[in-house]
Design a protein around this ligand. Structure first.
Ligand SMILES: Cc1cc2nc3c(=O)[nH]c(=O)nc-3n(C[C@H](O)[C@H](O)[C@H](O)COP(=O)(O)OP(=O)(O)OC[C@H]3O[C@@H](n4cnc5c(N)ncnc54)[C@H](O)[C@@H]3O)c2cc1C
Length: 298
């Protein structure tokens, strides 16, 4: 189907972009990579009168790699995925990106666009939760910084106001001894996940869990933290029994969704096995990092 008619603005800066949003209010939408917005418009599920393309604004390019990876709105997934500095600083981020669609989609799709779109089956909102990242929202009125928990609200729902845009996402790097894993089940490579998990655990050198962040995606109305599983892990020695118990409890208090791609029962059952595998992998990585540190000291 052809796209409906719309006015197109190519913003040459963040302030120019938010000025257009302020002028047109609810009639305007930010255009990132267009990998979700344009199909939705072609299907007439959204009909904005004005699109503000932010991908050519120089001040919305140029990610920073330090204690966090800071990703401005115009940075594509592929730009991050192919940057060796990002791979060194945040391998979990690169692993998550590798699960998203196909290279062609990641070459145009932006990290901030994916977060703003807030698809319940998307990897990046779960990563934002598991990394305890934050989002910088900017409008002509000013800016505000939201935590992951404040930003990831519901299916395709965020607190971004009509005149605001996501200016940048901040994804803190993991602690040096933290282990991580991202796993998902999809019908075909590149499809959205039927169930997915991003897990981060940190331990003492003898394996006691000091930090656990387990974020699920594709299984509920939005990405969310598996709080009960995290409580099972925290303070425990991460042996197989504890990891399996955490996986069994991962879906406690979660309203698991079912649809034509997979029933709620399937997602819960397959998801439990997925979480068990991810927790084992994350715990094994944490152990390996402690060993590396010990041998470096010896
Ligand atoms: C075949 C296919 C497979 C895919 N598979 C996956 C997958 O497995 N996992 C996954 O996560 N995604 C998947 N996607 C979606 C893809 O990742 C999208 O590109 C991404 O979610 C949106 O990024 P974008 O930059 O293209 O945003 P756009 O499509 O441009 O915008 C999406 C929405 O976000 C808003 N928006 C964009 N940028 C901003 C901003 N800076 N501030 C405020 N609002 C903004 C837009 O107004 C729009 O409402 C797939 C897409 C396709 C076509």
């Amino acid at each position: 189907m052809k796209l409906p008619a719309f006015a197109y603005h190519r913003a040459d800066s963040l302030s120019a972009a938010v000025a257009v949003l302020a002028e047109h209010g609810g009639e305007a939408r930010v255009l990132g990579g267009g990998q979700s917005l344009l199909p939705v418009m072609a299907l007439r599920m959204s009909n904005p009168e004005v699109l503000v393309d932010v991908t050519a604004a120089p001040d919305l390019h140029g990610h920073e790699v330090g204690d966090s990876v800071v990703v401005p709105a115009a940075v594509t997934m592929r730009t991050l995925e192919t940057d060796p500095a990002v791979a060194r600083a945040h391998p979990l981020l690169v692993a998550c990106l590798g699960h998203i669609g196909h290279v062609e989609i990641r070459t145009r799709g932006t990290v901030c666009g994916s977060l703003a779109h807030a698809d319940p089956a998307a990897e990046l909102p779960a990563l934002l939760l598991a990394a305890e990242g934050s989002i910088r929202l900017v409008s002509a009125r000013g800016s505000r910084q939201l935590t992951a928990g404040e930003f990831v609200l519901g299916p395709y729902t965020t607190p971004v106001a009509e005149d605001e845009m996501v200016a940048a996402a901040e994804l803190p790097c993991l602690a040096p001894t933290a282990g991580w894993s991202v796993r998902e089940i999809a019908r075909r490579s590149g499809d959205f996940a039927l169930a997915g998990v991003v897990a981060v655990v940190d331990t003492t050198p003898d394996g006691r869990c000091t930090s656990a962040r387990v974020a699920l995606f594709g299984v509920a109305a939005a990405a969310l933290r598996a709080g009960t599983a995290e409580q099972v892990l925290l303070g425990s020695t991460l042996d197989d029994e504890v990891l399996d118990e955490a996986a069994r409890r991962a879906f406690d208090d979660i309203e698991v969704i079912g649809d034509l791609h997979g029933s709620a029962e399937y997602r819960r059952r397959a998801g439990t096995r997925l979480v068990a595998g991810a927790l084992r992998e994350a715990a094994a990585r944490a152990t390996a990092k402690h060993r590396e540190q010990e041998s470096a000291r010896a």
